[in-house]
Design a protein around this ligand. Structure first.
Ligand SMILES: *[C@@H]1O[C@H](CO)[C@@H](O)[C@H](O)[C@H]1NC(C)=O
Ligand SMILES: *[C@@H]1O[C@H](CO)[C@@H](O)[C@H](O)[C@H]1NC(C)=O
Ligand SMILES: *[C@@H]1O[C@H](CO)[C@@H](O)[C@H](O)[C@H]1NC(C)=O
Length: 544
C-alpha cells in the first residue's frame, strides 16, 4: 500500500514535468519574471509599456533541447495576465500553455510558476502575453532552443547569432487600443515597425568573412513584413523548428507569429549595411524600419538607396516563395533521425476540417468568426472543465467541421472540436476575405501541404506537396485563398488554434482542439499541476 502511494507520487511528479523521460541529465533553467507597467520610448517619446524585469522587449530565453524551464511570473500589472510560449509544444501538458482555454489568468499582485520541458525541439520561437491585447504593450521576447551537442546540424556552426524581434507597433497605449475593440471598432493602422524595440537604431556587429545566424520572428499584432539585408543573401536554414532545404533568398516574407532562421556571411567590403523590414499587404501605406549590420572597423554609413522589397500587394510573389520553402528530408531535427522518416504523405487522413474565417457584426459590434462561430472564452478554462467534468462550459457541437452551407449570420459561442489522440487530420483554412490571415496551432507542429488562390475543392489535394512540405506552427492564408495542413494530433490536451492577427483573435477568430482518449495515464497526459490556479466554476475545487 505504502509503496503504491509512493509510486503514484513519483509518477505524479514526473507527469508534472511532461513525462517519464525527465531524468537527471536534462538541465533546469529557472527564471523569475516581474511584469510591470512602465514607460518605454520605442518611437523616441514616452508611452506606457509592459516590461519584464524592467526590459522591453523581454529577456531572450536561451535553451537547449530537453531543458526544463521554470518561470515564476509575478504579475504587477493592474490586470490579469498570462504568457504563452509560441511553438513550444508542451508535450502532454496543455496545463502550461498559458492561454485562457487552459489556464486561469494570473491575478494582479500575485504570481504563478510555469514548468515545462522543451522536449525534442530545436529552433527559433517566441513568447508573448496571450491576455487582452497586452502584446501591444510588450511582454514578448525570443525563445531560442539550440540543439544538443550530440546532434549534428545540417550547416556549419555559425560564428555567432542574433535574435531579431520585428513587429508592427502603435504609439497608443494598449489599454486605449483594447477599448476601441471593446466598443466594437477596428484598430487603426499601426504607426511603425520595431526591430528589437527600436524603430531604426538597432545595431548588429560582426567580423568580415564570418557567418552569423539570424533568428527573425514576427512579434507584431497584424502585419506581415518582408525582411532583407543590403548586399547580403539570406540562406534559409530553419522555420519554426524544421530544417529547410538551404536556399538563398534576397528577401523573405515573415507573417505574424512566424519565425525564420537564416545564415548571413559578411562577404562584402567593410561598411555598414541596412537591415530592412517593410510591411506587406498593407495597400499604399508601407511602413519601413531599418537596423544596421556593422562590419567591425566600419566607418562608412549604409549605402543609399535601400534595396526595395517585392511590391507590397504582390500575393503571387509571396505564395511562390512560400511554396519554395521545403523540408530537408535527410537533416536531423532535435533527434538524430532524418526529418523525412515520418512519411506524412502516406498516412490516411481520418478527418478533414474546412475552417473559414469571416468578419461579422454581432449585437452592433465588430466580431470575427470561424465557421460562423465567434469564440468567447468562458470564465472557466476549458481544460479545467474537461479534467474535472464541469458541465455547462463547452460542448463539442457548437462549431462544425465545415462552414455553414448557406451564408448565415455569425453567432457567439465557445468553439471546441473533439479529436481522438493520434488522429491524423487535414485542416484547410479558407480565407474569403480580402485580408491576409495567419493561423497558429498550439501543441503540435503541422505539415504545410498547399497554398492557392480561390476556393478549396477536394481536387486541390492533387496539388498537395506530400513529400517535403515544411513543418511549422503558424501558416499564412493569403487574401481570397486557402492554405492546407496535415497534422498528427499526438499531444493529448486542449489546444488553441487561433488567428495570430491580434484584433481578430481578441474578437473571436479562434477555437480549441480537444485531443483526447479515455485512457487515464501519465504516459499520455500529465496530471493537473500542484500549483494550478482555479477560477470560474472550478474556483472551489479542492487543491491537489
Ligand atoms: C500604468 O501606466 C498608466 C499609463 O502610463 C498609468 O496611468 C498608470 O497609473 C500606471 N500604473 C501603475 C501601477 O504604475
Ligand atoms: C510564487 O512565488 C513564490 C516565490 O516568490 C513561490 O514560492 C511560489 O511557489 C509561487 N507561486 C506559484 C503559484 O507559483
Ligand atoms: C540537408 O541536410 C543534409 C544533412 O545534414 C546536408 O548535408 C545537406 O546539405 C542539406 N541539403 C540542403 C539542400 O540543404
Amino acid at each position: 500500500m505504502k509503496q503504491s502511494i509512493l509510486s503514484s507520487v513519483v509518477l505524479g511528479v514526473l507527469a508534472w514535468w511532461g513525462g517519464l523521460s525527465v531524468i537527471a541529465e536534462d538541465r533546469y533553467l529557472y527564471f523569475t519574471w516581474e511584469i510591470t507597467n512602465g514607460t518605454i520610448y520605442p518611437l523616441g517619446f514616452p508611452q506606457p509599456g509592459i516590461l519584464i524585469n524592467g526590459q522591453f522587449p523581454g529577456p531572450t530565453i536561451e535553451a537547449i533541447t530537453n531543458d526544463n524551464i521554470v518561470v515564476n511570473v509575478i504579475n504587477k500589472l493592474e490586470e490579469k495576465f498570462l504568457i504563452t510560449w509560441s511553438g513550444i509544444k508542451q508535450r502532454r501538458t496543455s496545463w502550461e500553455d498559458g492561454v485562457l482555454g487552459t489556464n486561469c489568468p494570473i491575478p494582479p499582485n500575485s504570481n504563478w510558476t510555469y514548468k515545462f520541458q522543451v522536449k525534442d525541439q530545436v529552433g527559433t520561437y517566441t513568447y508573448f502575453p496571450s491576455t487582452k491585447i497586452h502584446k501591444a504593450g510588450g511582454g514578448f521576447g525570443g525563445f531560442n532552443v539550440a540543439q544538443r551537442s550530440v546532434i549534428s546540424i545540417p550547416y556549419p556552426e555559425p560564428d555567432a547569432e542574433f535574435t531579431l524581434l520585428i513587429g508592427d507597433w502603435y504609439k497608443t497605449d494598449h489599454r486605449v487600443l483594447r477599448r476601441l475593440l471593446d466598443i466594437g471598432k477596428s484598430l487603426p493602422n499601426p504607426d511603425s515597425l520595431l526591430i528589437n524595440g527600436q524603430q531604426n537604431g538597432a545595431v548588429f556587429s560582426g567580423l568580415a568573412g564570418k557567418t552569423y545566424k539570424l533568428r527573425v520572428s514576427n512579434v507584431g499584432l497584424s502585419t506581415s513584413f518582408n525582411f532583407r539585408i543590403q548586399g547580403h543573401d539570406l540562406k534559409l536554414i530553419e522555420v519554426e523548428g524544421a530544417h529547410t532545404i538551404m536556399e538563398s533568398y534576397n528577401s523573405l516574407d515573415v507573417h505574424v507569429g512566424q519565425s525564420v532562421t537564416v545564415l548571413v556571411t559578411l562577404h562584402g567590403p567593410t561598411s555598414d549595411y541596412a537591415i530592412i523590414a517593410s510591411t506587406r499587404f498593407t495597400g499604399p501605406s508601407v511602413l519601413t524600419s531599418t537596423a544596421t549590420l556593422r562590419y567591425a572597423g566600419s566607418n562608412t554609413k549604409a549605402p543609399i538607396p535601400l534595396p526595395q522589397g517585392p511590391p507590397t500587394n504582390d500575393v503571387q510573389w509571396s505564395m511562390e516563395q512560400a511554396r519554395s520553402i521545403r523540408l530537408n528530408l535527410t537533416a536531423n531535427a532535435a533527434r538524430p533521425n532524418p526529418q523525412g522518416s515520418f512519411h506524412y504523405g502516406t498516412i490516411p487522413v481520418v478527418r478533414t476540417l474546412l475552417l473559414a474565417n469571416s468578419k461579422a457584426i454581432i449585437d452592433g459590434k465588430l466580431r470575427y468568426a470561424v465557421n460562423g462561430i465567434s469564440h468567447v472564452n468562458p470564465n472557466t478554462p476549458l481544460k479545467l472543465a474537461d479534467w474535472f467534468n464541469i458541465p455547462g462550459v463547452f460542448d463539442l457541437h457548437t462549431i462544425k467541421d465545415v462552414p455553414p452551407s448557406s451564408p448565415t449570420l455569425a453567432k457567439l459561442g465557445t468553439s471546441v472540436i473533439g479529436f481522438t489522440l493520434h488522429d491524423f487530420a487535414e485542416i484547410v483554412f479558407q480565407n474569403n476575405e480580402n485580408y491576409i490571415q495567419s493561423w497558429h496551432m498550439d501543441g503540435s507542429s503541422f505539415y504545410v501541404v498547399g497554398y492557392d488562390n480561390g476556393l478549396w475543392t477536394p481536387d486541390a489535394r492533387k496539388t498537395y506537396n506530400l513529400i517535403d512540405g515544411v513543418t511549422r506552427h503558424t501558416v499564412q492564408v493569403y487574401p481570397n485563398s486557402w492554405s492546407a495542413i496535415l497534422v498528427s494530433l499526438d499531444n493529448k490536451g486542449m489546444w488553441n488554434l487561433r488567428s495570430a492577427i491580434w484584433e481578430r483573435r481578441y474578437l473571436g477568430e479562434e477555437l480549441y482542439l480537444r485531443v483526447w482518449n479515455n485512457e487515464q495515464s501519465v504516459y499520455t497526459e500529465a496530471l493537473v499541476p500542484p500549483n494550478e490556479l482555479y477560477c470560474g466554476k472550478a474556483k472551489h475545487l479542492p487543491k491537489s
